[in-house]
Design a protein around this ligand. Sequence first.
Ligand SMILES: Nc1ncnc2c1ncn2[C@@H]1O[C@H](COP(=O)(O)OP(=O)(O)OP(=O)(O)O)[C@@H](O)[C@H]1O
Ligand SMILES: [Mg+2]
Length: 229
Amino acid sequence: MESLLLQDVYKIYKEGDIETVALRGANLVVQPGEFVAITGRSGAGKSTLLNIMGGLAVPSAGKVLINGLDIAKMGESERSLFRRQNIGVIFQTDNLIPFLTALENVMLPLQFAGRRHCTEEARNLLSEVGLQNRIHHKPGMLSGGERQRVAIAIALANHPGLLLADELTGELDTATAEQVMTLLAGLNSQRNLTLIIVTHNKVVANRANRQVHIMDGQLTEITNQIARN
Ligand SMILES: Nc1ncnc2c1ncn2[C@@H]1O[C@H](COP(=O)(O)OP(=O)(O)OP(=O)(O)O)[C@@H](O)[C@H]1O
Ligand SMILES: [Mg+2]
């Protein structure tokens, strides 16, 4: 369970003479254990924001506090260690290594972290996401929803307190997206995970306890929504 605070976060991409201001003073407070959905149109800066919250990118300016620690101020290696110990990230695409089985994909971060019972732990994680019968399948032999479940198992491998997911239901049909969201909502309540998802799908966003909209590089709270969880 981690808390998150963004304060006046800017992200400016520079390519030659061209500058793109993706974030323009974004502010956000997320309490431990909250389930927040971030919505916004394509190009609004959602992935940029998620990468910054996950310590995978640094802001051009502003603070990114996780449990009170500013990850924007950390050096590369300190931030990467902090990320591995505290944050799980599910990316918009390409979460899995194609030539490894589901089990091997999940074992990888466990081995990297030097854990002793990697196979057993990976099996348990895959069971937790309902894939106990698909562990020897490679990504190409899994459905989109199953692949996303493997990505969730990988993100959970290091017992993060903060789980970030970028558009993970984007390419799934409504029923499968619902199942994946039910899985995530369950993890949020059972594991006390702070959960932040990015989506452009309103139905998916409605599963969160709170919705935040990104527009013109800034975040605004969406109120008057019915909390369903
Ligand atoms: N590495 C980069 N270099 C330059 N510009 C970038 C880079 N990454 C993103 N951008 C630009 O920053 C803006 C925000 O991009 P971002 O990927 O955060 O949007 P998004 O909300 O995730 O969009 P989508 O819904 O399509 O995934 C866009 O204008 C994009 O072109
Ligand atoms: Mg994106």
